[in-house]
Design a binder for this molecule. Structure first.
Ligand SMILES: NC(=O)C1=CN([C@@H]2O[C@H](COP(=O)(O)OP(=O)(O)OC[C@H]3O[C@@H](n4cnc5c(N)ncnc54)[C@H](O)[C@@H]3O)[C@@H](O)[C@H]2O)C=CC1
Ligand SMILES: O=C(CO)[C@H](O)[C@H](O)COP(=O)(O)O
Length: 299
């Protein structure tokens, strides 16, 4: 299959690499020429403009967007629109708000798949977990690419109609916030508590058979190994927050109580006051662990 990839940042380059490794062709475009050159070095066909990108794709276009959520998706779709028809498929693999995806699916001339992507840049070797919404035929059509980008055939599923993929990913991120908060609080108590503990050792022993073992806990272990048991210069400041805000808003609309996710979100907002909380410094470092997000550091 030939896949057109727009957005060649941390996540897009992985989609390119995994799709090529599975024997497919990739045409790659980004506003940043260096990102296009990196994709070309991996074996993709570089496009120097969106017009060039569209020209290089065949009559039944298969396009994957991996650009930042929001305006970049709308701008890209607007430019693609004159070149798309009902036989084409567009996948949005970013963290778009699900209601935006429903709107885009209604107005896009091509079949539109909203694809929640989990695993982060650190998950490149294993492959991602993909939660897809949209028409069944388009999902079936893209299955070889989903097999390649995901951990394999078990790493992707069609969730339901338009919007359902990004809806499931939004709530996944709410759970992610609460888990990070829970690990952060536990390690804060261990750090401030009665014993002089090596937190890397604690995380390591918990990761070997304990009920609370997980990938996030492995990333806690990595953070203590690389930063030290007191997290060194990692600042008490947690960025991000959009996906957690949407999750809490949805909980309010559905009248489903989400006290843990809400608390984790409000802790993030509170962190921006910089008052030195350990749990938030760990959350800051964990976002680097899975997302390669920049780590704000204190002086
Ligand atoms: N980093 C992570 O852990 C995860 C990120 N995501 C989502 O995946 C999407 C991409 O994320 P990252 O790769 O981390 O971002 P990134 O910032 O590393 O890369 C975004 C790329 O898109 C390009 N771009 C921006 N606007 C463009 C446009 N109009 N046309 C063409 N290229 C454009 C930028 O030049 C950049 O190369 C976002 O929606 C993000 O929320 C999803 C799961 C995990
Ligand atoms: O989706 C992700 C992980 O699953 C990304 O890392 C995302 O950027 C994190 O979301 P937020 O910016 O709301 O912290």
């Amino acid at each position: 299959m030939q896949l057109g990839l727009i957005g060649l940042g941390r996540m897009g380059q992985i989609v390119v690499g995994r799709t090529l490794a599975a024997g497919h062709e990739v045409v790659a475009f980004d506003l940043d020429d260096d990102a296009v050159a990196t994709a070309a070095d991996t074996g993709a066909d570089p496009a120097d403009s969106l017009a060039d990108f569209v020209d290089q794709l065949g009559s039944e276009k298969r396009i994957w967007l991996m650009v930042p959520a929001g305006e970049a998706v709308d701008v890209t779709l607007e430019e693609l629109e004159p070149h798309l028809d009902a036989d084409d498929v567009v996948v949005d693999g970013g963290n778009s708000y699900f209601e935006d995806s429903v709107r885009r699916a209604e107005s896009c001339p091509a079949a539109y798949l909203d694809c929640g992507t989990s695993g982060g840049p650190a998950g490149a070797e294993l492959g991602f977990s993909l939660m897809v919404g949209g028409p069944q035929w388009a999902y079936d059509e893209l299955e070889p690419v989903f097999d390649a980008v995901a951990t394999g055939p078990d790493g992707h599923e069609r969730m339901g109609p338009a919007g359902s993929g990004h809806y499931v990913k939004m709530i996944h991120n709410g759970v992610e916030y609460a888990l990070m908060q829970a690990y952060g609080e536990g390690f804060e108590l261990l750090h401030e508590g009665r014993f002089d503990l090596d937190l890397e050792n604690v995380a390591s022993v918990w990761n070997n058979g304990a009920v609370i073992r997980s990938w996030l806990l492995e990333l806690c272990e990595e953070a203590f190994r690389e930063e030290g048991t007191d997290l060194g210069t990692v600042a008490d400041r947690v960025e991000g927050g959009s996906t957690g805000t949407w999750t809490v808003q949805e909980g309010l609309e559905q009248e489903v109580p989400l006290p843990l996710i809400y608390t984790a979100l409000s802790e993030r907002f509170g962190s921006r006051a910089d008052d030195g909380r350990f749990s938030r410094r760990l959350a800051n470092r964990l976002r680097y662990g899975f997302g390669r997000h920049e780590v704000p550091r204190r002086e």
